[in-house]
Design a protein around this ligand. Structure first.
Ligand code: NAP
Length: 259
């Protein structure tokens, strides 16, 4: 006889029917995969990126495939852009129940050559950008007593990587930020989790030479690069009802590269 005493569940794949999802950096790469997956599960997706054209292109692809989406221009590195963008969305929808903070950048350099500007740009976008987004979106979640936030970090935040001290600091900073926010917001039915991708095939990784690519693959026990869909599946899980008792966690999606 089972000693398990928890509630029986029959959760199928997540359904986001009737929910709005805001995905930053949704126009390309991982964010595009996340946007498509959430729309496939019924969410109305707001694809946000600095470039309006790219955001609208991805939204149009989603609509073409039968989903609901719109594209907006929003720069997570800019206070005024985040405030105005989120204010307009909250006025349209009342709240943004699902928030995926995916946008992120790199400006790689060894510390001895790293300019202050390269440091500031990465921290100001990746880390302060997530503070800006949460600061803007969370009040409406609190009011509605519901919210699901997933922040996209990186395996590099845990492992470190030469030439990426700025990026690694931003990504592990996001994880500490997320755990604190998870504690602050748990009583309001708002969960805050992270997804930490490993080596994923996108524009961000397209420039790596064959040599670097092979060396990286040698570190991946599952012996293939990840796809945006691999990351999107983890994000969907953490946003869905099946994860309502999970907060403050980081789900690693790295093919076993770091464990
Ligand atoms: N690719 C990987 O192997 C990998 C591994 C681990 C973690 N990650 C993380 O996963 C996330 C997505 O990476 P990716 O590889 O998919 O990146 P990507 O292909 O370079 O796409 C970046 C997306 O973010 C948007 N973006 C950039 N700066 C922005 C800003 N200031 N405000 C709003 N949107 C902005 C871009 O559109 P615009 O240029 O139009 O703004 C684009 O939609 C990042 O947080 C990255 O750190 C990636």
């Amino acid at each position: 006889m089972s000693t398990f005493e928890g509630p029986a569940t029959s959760e199928g794949p997540a359904s986001f029917e009737g929910k709005v999802a805001l995905v930053t950096g949704g126009s390309r790469g991982i964010g595009r995969g996340i946007s498509q997956a959430l729309a496939d599960s019924g969410a109305e997706v707001v694809v946000a990126a600095r470039g309006l054209e790219g955001a609208e292109r991805t939204a149009a692809e989603i609509v073409e495939s039968g989903g609901k989406a719109r594209g907006i221009s929003l720069d997570i590195g800019d206070d005024a852009s985040v405030e105005a963008g989120v204010k307009a969305l909250v006025s349209d929808y009342g709240t943004i129940p699902l928030l995926v903070n995916n946008a992120g950048i790199t400006r790689d350099n060894l510390l001895l050559r790293m300019k202050k500007d390269e440091w500031d740009h990465v921290i100001g976008t990746n880390l302060t950008g997530i503070y800006r987004m949460c600061r803007a979106v969370v009040p409406s979640m609190v009011k509605k007593r519901f919210g699901r936030i997933v922040n996209v970090t990186s395996v590099v935040g845990s492992m470190g990587n030469p030439g990426q001290s700025n990026y690694a600091a931003s990504k592990s900073g996001i994880e500490g930020f997320s755990r604190s926010l998870a504690r602050e917001l748990a009583s309001r039915n708002i969960t805050v989790n992270c997804v930490a991708p490993g080596f994923i095939e996108t524009d961000m990784t397209a420039d790596l030479g064959e040599d670097t690519r092979k060396k990286l693959l040698d570190q991946v026990p599952i012996k293939r690069l990840g796809t945006p869909q691999d990351v999107a599946a983890a994000v969907s899980f953490l946003l869905g009802d099946g994860a309502s008792y999970i907060t403050g966690c980081t789900l690693e999606v790295n093919g076993g590269m770091y464990m």
